[in-house]
Structures are given as C-alpha cells and as structure tokens.
Design a protein around this ligand. Structure first.
Ligand SMILES: Cc1ncc(COP(=O)(O)O)c(C=O)c1O
Length: 404
C-alpha cells in the first residue's frame, strides 16, 4: 500500500488556491489503487480469486479501475446489485449479507448472480420458492458462523460468537438435508467472514487453515460434492500505527505454503476484500477554520467533519493526518496557531462526537492550513451521515490512472 503523497498533496494545494472558501474535499488516487490491486491479485497463489466488496466504496471510478483487475464484485444489497449491473453487465457478482428481502433474492436470480451466500435456513427456503417460480437457481454457499478455539479477536467480530451473521454449525445438517431434497439449488461450498480489521498476517493464515480443515471435514462427513471456499474479507488497515500495516507479502507467501501443504485440490479459494483494497487510495482534506483552547485542551476546527468522514468515530480511533501549510493569510489580525502540543481535530457539527483525531501531536498548525487524512478510501464517505446540519458535501475528484 504505497501512498503517492506528493501527487495527492499537489492536487489538494492546487484546489485550495482556486477555492473561494476553506476547502473540504475527498481525493482518490486511482493510479495508486490500480497498483495496489495489481499487486494483491498478482501475488495471490494459484487457485485463489479476488472479489472486491463494493460496500467499502462503490464510486463508479473506483469500480471502473478495479473491474479489469479483480475476478468480480461482491454486493450486499439489491441496491448494490443493480448499481453493479447498470454499469458492469458482464462482471461476475456474488451476493452476501443478512436480511435479504424476497425482492433482493428475486433480483439475484433474475440478474444471474454467480453465487448467493445464504445466511439462514429461512432465507434458503424463501430462495427455494423464488427459484421454483423462476425455473432456474443460482449456486449457493452456506455462510457459517464458525466457533473456533483460540480465535484471536479483532475490533470487529462478525462470528465465532453469537451474532446475526451466518448459520450456526448446529443448523448445518438441517440446511444440507433441505438442499438434498431441492437439487435445483446447487451447493458449491461454504462462506466465512468471521471478522474485519485483521492486522496480523499469521493470525489470518491460522484462520484460513481452520476454514480449510473444517471444510475438508464436512466434505467427508456429509459426502459433499463442492468446490469453493469463500474466506470473506477482513484484512485490516492500521489507522493507529500507519507504518505498521498488514504484511501482505508474508501472508501471500504463507498462503502458498499452506495450500501446498494442506490445500483442497480442485477447490477455488475466494477472497472478498473491501477495506484492504480501497482504504489507501482515498484522502479527506479539511482546511482549518478556527483554533481554540478549552480548559487546557487545544481544538483545531476544520471545515467538514464526521458527517463526511465518519471512519475515526465509527472505529474509535484518532485518525492520522498531515498538515499542509498554506501561507496566505487574508486578515490584518493575529493568526491562531497550535505549536508543539497535542490537539483534538474536530469538524463543524454541534456535537462532541464530531471528533476526527485526539491527543495528536503537532509541530505547527495554523488557521487556514490544510489537514489531510490518509486511508479515507474505504468505509469513509460511504458510511457517513452526509446531510446532518445540511452542510454542503465536500468536493471530490479522482487522480486518473496513468496513461488514461
Ligand atoms: C460478508 C462480508 N464480506 C466482505 C466484507 C468486506 O470486509 P472488509 O472490508 O473488512 O474486507 C464484509 C464487511 O462487512 C462482509 O460483511
């Protein structure tokens, strides 16, 4: 995840020079995204496929950059499905997620999704009725909420304990029995997405090894004719210590070794990564409007806030940022400044929850300088409550793929 800071900063400085008001912007580096995705795809072992989980960022330029590189897109709603189909009629789509409506199952059947990930026996039964009427059926994976011994927890767990996600192991037999008497719906394998925010490559390899062992055991126990394991997404981004990111090289090498040693011949291993693919290509920039002291703490107030960039509050971290000095100062009076101290960076919302960074050491930040938050390309704009207080949306632009 190499960041191309110089190019991004230059474009933000240029936009600020042309702006009439303090700048507030999202910038996406499509060339950086392309290079990162190429590296991930190229280093996955044979027999592995990458789908992009578009919930992380479904902007069209992002999807257009990724479409030629990945095997397909993972969607989690009827809206995402129709968005992908409207722009990429031929890209393979897989459909996950809890609480699918009948209309969404119907759309999945009509749009011929490549694989549907089933979340409950009730969902399977509803799919059965829809497929009877349609006369054809998508292949399915059963998403299993696997409880594993020694599962190393991350900050965001979707399984391994009581959650609304997936089918508990105790209900597996019932699902398999149902599928046996409904042979039109083909079971291709199993889907697991137990966690997100995984930063430890070795722990992720152990998790994948556990999935392989479990699927091998079920295949033998239930005499299954299956050929696919979807190992979900979940590879994290280290927002707290940005110089210590997930070790992709160790992971891909370890995965090759694991598959050589303990793989399931003729199985496809699918990844559906979101955050790890797009987080690093996005930047949120805010220009400083005010700086003030309150009972011993310094607050830097930027244009924008968590209604644009909810990631730090949603994850409970202090987001790293860069200060880009802007030397122009339009007033005759003193320019507020914070120097060699720790600050909180907040936005324009009337709530103390509008907090993007805290206890953040700064050498020097002045009113009118720019703050640029990296790793804002996934679960950032797309998870934010844009219209709270009716502030305008930030400007957005995309640094193009080189050669285009
Ligand atoms: C089923 C499923 N697959 C994939 C993802 C993508 O996860 P991540 O962005 O952590 O890679 C999610 C995220 O919640 C998910 O729920």
């Amino acid at each position: 995840m190499e960041l191309r800071l110089d190019k991004v900063f230059d474009s933000i400085r240029a936009a600020q020079r042309n702006a009439d008001e303090p700048l507030c912007a999202y910038v996406y580096d499509l060339e950086g995204l392309r290079r990162h995705a190429v590296r991930v795809v190229d280093t996955l072992p044979l027999g592995c496929e990458l789908f992009y989980a578009i919930k992380a960022n479904s902007d069209l330029p992002i999807l257009q950059t990724l479409a030629p590189l990945v095997r397909g897109f993972e969607v989690s709603s009827g809206g995402e499905l129709m968005w992908v189909r409207a722009h990429f009629p031929d890209v393979p789509v897989i459909f996950s997620g809890p609480g699918k409506l009948d209309s969404e199952l119907q759309a999945a059947v009509e749009q011929r999704v490549e694989c549907l990930h089933i979340e409950s026996i009730h969902e399977l039964q509803r799919l059965g009725s829809i497929c009877d009427r349609a006369g054809h059926a998508p292949a399915v994976l059963l998403r299993i909420n696997l409880a594993l011994d020694n599962l190393a927890e991350t900050g965001l767990m979707m399984g391994g304990k009581p959650t609304p996600f997936g089918i508990s192991v105790q209900q597996l037999q019932e699902c398999l029995a149902w599928l046996r008497i409904h042979p039109k719906i083909r079971l291709r394998g199993f889907h697991f997405h137990l966690l997100s925010h995984q930063l430890d490559a070795q722990a992720h390899l152990r998790l994948l090894a556990a999935y392989l062992n479990q699927v091998r055991q079920w295949s033998e126990q239930y005499q299954l004719v299956i050929d696919q394991i979807n190992v979900g997404g979940g590879i994290g981004v280290n927002y707290r210590q940005p110089d210590q990111q997930f070790d992709w090289t160790a992971f891909s090498n370890g995965l090759s070794a694991l598959l050589d040693r303990n793989g399931l011949p003729d199985f496809v291993i699918r990844f559906e990564l979101g955050r790890y693919i797009t987080a690093a290509c996005g930047y949120y920039a805010m220009q400083v409007i005010d700086i003030k002291q309150s009972y011993g703490k310094t607050f830097v107030i930027g244009r924008g806030g968590s209604h644009h960039f909810r990631t730090p509050y949603a994850q409970g971290h202090s987001h790293p940022f860069h200060v880009l000095p802007v030397d122009a100062w339009p007033y005759a009076f003193h320019r507020p400044v914070a120097a060699n101290e720790k600050v909180s960076v907040v936005g324009q919302l009337c709530t103390p929850k509008d907090l993007l960074a805290f206890d953040a050491p700064v050498e020097c930040v002045r009113c009118n300088d720019l703050l640029v938050f990296p790793y804002a390309g996934a679960y950032a704009w797309h998870i934010s409550h844009h219209d709270f207080l009716r502030h305008p949306h930030p400007v957005q632009w995309y640094l193009p793929v080189e050669g285009q």
